[in-house]
Design a protein around this ligand. Structure first.
Ligand code: ADP
Ligand code: MG
Length: 264
């Protein structure tokens, strides 16, 4: 039990540091510091303590941006933490890492960099951010992960996802998956539809994104066609066009509480 003086001191010190550094207690302020006003869902994610979150978002919603802000905040204000940023491809990892560095430089009270390489930032407080292209082999070597973010999760291999689960179980780390849908397939779709209550789920269509205008959307609908438009902007898990049986039909056929058509 701390003494009254110790409690008072801690309280004052916290208030002082919050006054000196508003980003410390409110990660959404990191986006503000970088010149962006976070959308409501971005602020909610940044301020949350969600252990497991699935965010199904439109193209251009601001997934990668919020991901980079969350990673940067975690590294700066949680000393000794390890954050992994997984993307489907090398090019996306590099882009995400660039955004991380932009946010890092927006923090006035940032701890210095200890070491930096192409896709890795190590800070003087012992924290690390590593951006990785999503191949199962690349993440095998990491342990004690505090925050794992999977960007464009519906395009990341299932094997990669399943190999991260035990890693997080040991460290008690957070897992945040953000993506546009990509058919009724893959781990993201599985967790979104059948993953149970341990997940926090957020759905952000293009209509929720203030930077996307109705005129732009109408243009996209015409250019992409209805199928792609619904998937890319309206967050619909679409049937893949070459599928002979629809997903719902297959589910119905496998479900035990539906009577088989031809005797049993
Ligand atoms: N809250 C925001 N305010 C202003 N611009 C934003 C905001 N969030 C994202 N952006 C901008 O919107 C564009 C798309 O963001 P990005 O994170 O790449 O989207 P996504 O990964 O969902 O496709 C980028 O130019 C980014 O800087
Ligand atoms: Mg993105």
């Amino acid at each position: 039990m701390p003494t009254l003086e110790q409690s008072l001191f801690t309280h004052l010190a916290n208030n002082l540091s919050a006054a000196a550094d508003p980003i410390a207690g409110d990660p959404a302020q990191l986006m503000v510091a970088a010149g962006l006003t976070p959308d409501a869902w971005q602020a909610e994610l940044l301020q949350s303590q969600w252990q497991r979150a699935l965010l199904l978002c439109s193209r251009q919603a601001g997934k990668s941006t919020v991901t980079a802000a969350l990673a940067t905040h975690t590294a700066i204000y949680q000393p000794g933490s390890l954050t992994l940023l997984l993307s489907a491809a090398q090019r996306q990892s590099a882009e995400l890492f660039k955004t991380v560095k932009t946010f890092y430089h927006a923090i006035p009270h940032r701890v210095p960099v200890a070491q930096e390489s192409a896709l890795q930032l190590e800070l003087a407080n012992g924290s690390r951010i590593v951006a990785l292209p999503g191949k199962e082999a690349t993440i095998r070597g990491f342990a004690g992960v505090d925050l794992l973010v999977i960007d464009e999760a519906s395009r990341v291999e299932d094997a990669l996802y399943y190999s991260t689960r035990p890693m997080l179980a040991v460290s008690g780390g957070r897992l945040i998956c953000l993506t546009t849908p990509f058919g009724k397939r893959g781990f993201f779709h599985q967790e979104w539809t059948e993953g149970g209550e341990s997940w926090h789920r957020t759905r952000i269509t293009a209509l929720d994104v203030p930077r996307i205008t109705p005129e732009f959307l109408e243009e996209e609908r015409r250019a992409l066609g209805e199928w792609w438009f619904l998937q890319e902007y309206m967050c619909e898990f679409m049937e893949t066009t070459d599928q002979v049986f629809s997903y719902d039909l297959i589910q119905a056929a496998m479900s035990s509480d539906i009577q088989p058509l031809f005797g049993g």
